[in-house]
Structure formats: structure tokens, C-alpha cells
Design a protein around this ligand. Structure first.
Ligand code: NAD
Ligand code: UD1
Length: 346
């Protein structure tokens, strides 16, 4: 066993896939989640896939007493912090809940990590911190901005985490903070087994779960938001990344933090493939590869959307020795495998 990793939000979409990859790589996970956007059934599926029970604590990450208990019970080597609220539209309607959950969970977590002397953190950031990109592909040193409260919560947390190693220097700390901010592009797909996958509680906001719910008959048709962008076919272009590749990126980040030569201070790293795919390319690939029709209509642009967004993924390769291995075909096939086996989710 290589070490014990506390995974906040480990019952969620990306967290559950990461717990499986951590187990494959020889790490023990401890999950803390309040099920605000996930189902307890995920834990059974994780046990089934990893062949062992993963310790689980049902708690809110803002609850410092609960965190204290976890750090005293388990010998935690590092933390991956997924827990948070993530719907852009909802964040515009209830900004305070978003700031409360996303900021206060991170503050409580870091305070308790510091108290326990555990100062190695992987944080779930997002490509949304690049705002409306000036140039593509996006490199980590490009200007950052936020266009909605969700994105702003990620930006504030990134800044806050950068203050921690600076304080270590002032305080002469001999166990300095080391944090990797992973900026995800567009996570899609599911585990090969079809036992875990993305299970939005309400109407999906994101493209891939919407496509798969149309394919399985839960929704009538997809609205394609705009076909007059300056892109290959006029529809929006994004860097879709398979969730299993993304999960492996977290294992590489943990390997780095626990190695003899970890990053110094705080490093932001893109996790993307570097390739752009349009809405219609994704819809057509889904229909062709899976042999299922996906009804769609062209609709107005969605406010706040950018024409195109994709990563330069070189830093992840050079610092973490990680790169995406799965392509669009794997993403649509694995999404459909999960959706068709679990038509109503968990
Ligand atoms: P998810 O909603 O499936 O998972 C988040 C998990 O955290 C859920 O299980 C939820 O119950 C839990 N949670 C939320 N607030 C909590 C709290 N205060 N205490 C305890 N548990 C709490 O989301 P996901 O897609 O797996 O995303 C994980 C992280 O990655 C989030 O921080 C999200 O902002 C970030 N991210 C996601 C995407 C994406 O497209 N999925 C893209 C970029 C960044
Ligand atoms: C959205 C969020 C972003 C978040 C990311 C991953 C917004 C403005 N941005 O990004 O902060 O990090 O999800 O969770 O919400 N599309 C359709 N029809 C649909 C849904 C989407 O045509 O029903 C199009 C969109 O216009 C876009 C593409 O599909 O061109 C991808 O959309 P989506 O999956 O929502 O991701 P992003 O907009 O990239």
C-alpha cells in the first residue's frame, strides 16, 4: 500500500472514478461525502469494482469536527478535494450557497489539514477559470477571469491556495504546503464496466449526459446551442476528456506529491486532450458508434458560452508524466454502455 488518500466528494462522478484508479495504483482511499449530489449506491459499486470496502464518512466538508475525527482516525498522506457545487446556471441563481459550499469547505479542509500536519493537496479546478479565451490552445499562464459565481469560487480558491506556501516561507514552516490545481476541460464517459458513470440529478446542463438521455429515451431531443460560431461546422468546440483518463491524472498528481521530487508550492495544470470537438461531431460520433439515433434541433446560442475552448496539455506531460490515452470514440461508447445499462441512473 502506497499511502492513504482522503477523497472529498468521492461518491461523485469524477471522485468515484478516481477512487477506482487509486485502488488500481495501490493507494487506499477514505471518502467523505454528504450525498448532496450523489447516491449511496455508488459505494457498493466502488466496492464491487475495486474488490474491497473503501472507508466512508457521511459528512459535510464544512464540518470541522468531522474532519478532525477523520484525520485522527486515519493516517492520511494527501487529500484530493472534489467536493463542491458545480452547476454554472444554478450558481447565478444562488451565488451565496455556491460561495458558502465551495469556499467554506476548502477553508475548513485546509485548516484541519494544517492542524494534522497533512499539507499535500490536489484541488479540482476547471478550465472555466480562463474565462473567454484570448488565444487557443490554453496554457496555464494565460490570464484568468470569471464570468459566473461558480467560476469565481474556483478562482478565489486557486488564489487562496497560492497564499499558503507564501505563508510557510514567512513562518519558516518545515512541512510546506504542496498543492496541484487540476484544471479540467470537459469530463465525459464512464468506467468500462458500465457500473459507475455520470448521473445528473435534474435535467442535464452538459452536452454528453443530455445526448445520452435523448438516446435512451428520457428526453425528446437535444437543443444544439448555436450553429453560427466561427468553428468547423458553426457549433461550439470543446476539449472532451474521458473521465478515466482524468482519474488517472489525479493518481499522477498524488504520485508527484508523494514522490522525493514533488512540485514546489502550488502548480496549476490543465487536464485535457488538446483536441477540440464540435457539438455536431460529438452527436454524430455518438449516433454512429453506438447505432442509436440522437434527435436534435438547432437552437439559439446559450448566454455565456464561448465558441471554442481546448487545452495545451504539455505541462501535465512534463510535470506529471500524464497524457490522455482515450479518444472521442471511447468516450461515446463508454457513455452509452453506462447509460443503456442504467437508464435511470443509480
Ligand atoms: P459531482 O457533483 O458528481 O461530485 C461532487 C461530490 O461532492 C458529490 O458527491 C456531492 O455529494 C459532494 N459534495 C458537494 N458538496 C459537499 C460538501 N459540502 N460536503 C461533502 N460532500 C459534498 O461533481 P463532479 O463532476 O464529480 O465534480 C467534482 C469536482 O470537479 C467539483 O469540484 C467540480 O466543480 C469540479 N469540476 C467538474 C467538472 C465537470 O464537468 N464534471 C469540470 C470542471 C471541474
Ligand atoms: C460548462 C460550464 C463550465 C464547466 C463545464 C464542465 C457553462 C457556461 N460552462 O462548460 O464552467 O466547467 O461545463 O462541467 O455552463 N451544448 C448544447 N446543448 C446542450 C448542452 C450543451 O449545444 O444541451 C453545447 C454548448 O453550447 C457547448 C458544448 O455543448 O458548446 C459543451 O457544453 P457543456 O457540456 O455545457 O460544457 P461547457 O459549456 O464547455
Amino acid at each position: 500500500m502506497k499511502g492513504t488518500i482522503l477523497v472529498t466528494g468521492g461518491a461523485g462522478y469524477i471522485g468515484s472514478h478516481t477512487v477506482i484508479e487509486l485502488a488500481e495504483a495501490g493507494y487506499q482511499s477514505v471518502i467523505v461525502d454528504n450525498f448532496s449530489n450523489s447516491s449511496p449506491e455508488v459505494l457498493n459499486r466502488i466496492e464491487e469494482l475495486s474488490g474491497k470496502k473503501v472507508p466512508f464518512i457521511k459528512a459535510d466538508v464544512r464540518d470541522r469536527q468531522a474532519l478532525k475525527g477523520i484525520f485522527s482516525e486515519y493516517d492520511i498522506s494527501a487529500v484530493i478535494h472534489f467536493a463542491g457545487l458545480k452547476a454554472v446556471g444554478e450558481s447565478c441563481q444562488m451565488p451565496l450557497e455556491y460561495y458558502d459550499n465551495n469556499l467554506n469547505s476548502t477553508i475548513a479542509l485546509c485548516l484541519e489539514m494544517q492542524a494534522a500536519g497533512v499539507k499535500r493537496l490536489v484541488f479540482s479546478s476547471s478550465a472555466t477559470v480562463y474565462g473567454d479565451p484570448e488565444r487557443l490552445p490554453l496554457t496555464e499562464d494565460m490570464p484568468l477571469s470569471a464570468t459566473n459565481p461558480y467560476g469565481r469560487s474556483k478562482l478565489i480558491i486557486e488564489d487562496m491556495l497560492r497564499d499558503l506556501p507564501a505563508a510557510d516561507k514567512l513562518n519558516g514552516s518545515d512541512t510546506p504546503w504542496q498543492a496541484i490545481l487540476l484544471r479540467y476541460f470537459n469530463p465525459v464517459g464512464a468506467h468500462k464496466s458500465g457500473r459507475i458513470g455520470e448521473d445528473p440529478k435534474d435535467t442535464p446542463n452538459n452536452l454528453m449526459p443530455y445526448i445520452s438521455q435523448v438516446a435512451v429515451g428520457r428526453r425528446e431531443k437535444l437543443s444544439v446551442f448555436g450553429d453560427d460560431y466561427d468553428t468547423i461546422d458553426g457549433t461550439g468546440v470543446r476539449d472532451y476528456i474521458h473521465v478515466v483518463d482524468l482519474a488517472k491524472g489525479h493518481v499522477s498528481a498524488i504520485d508527484n506529491l508523494l514522490s522525493d521530487n514533488p512540485v514546489t508550492g502550488v502548480e496549476a495544470i490543465n487536464l485535457g486532450t488538446g483536441n477540440g470537438t464540435s457539438v455536431l461531431q460529438l452527436v454524430n460520433t455518438f449516433a454512429e458508434e453506438n447505432g442509436v439515433p440522437v434527435a436534435y434541433e438547432i437552437a439559439a446560442r446559450r448566454p455565456g458560452d464561448v465558441a471554442a475552448c481546448y487545452a495545451n496539455a504539455d505541462k501535465a506531460k512534463s510535470l506529471l508524466n500524464w497524457q490522455a490515452g482515450l479518444g472521442i470514440k471511447d468516450m461515446v461508447i463508454d457513455t452509452w454502455n453506462w447509460q443503456s445499462k442504467n437508464p435511470s441512473g443509480y
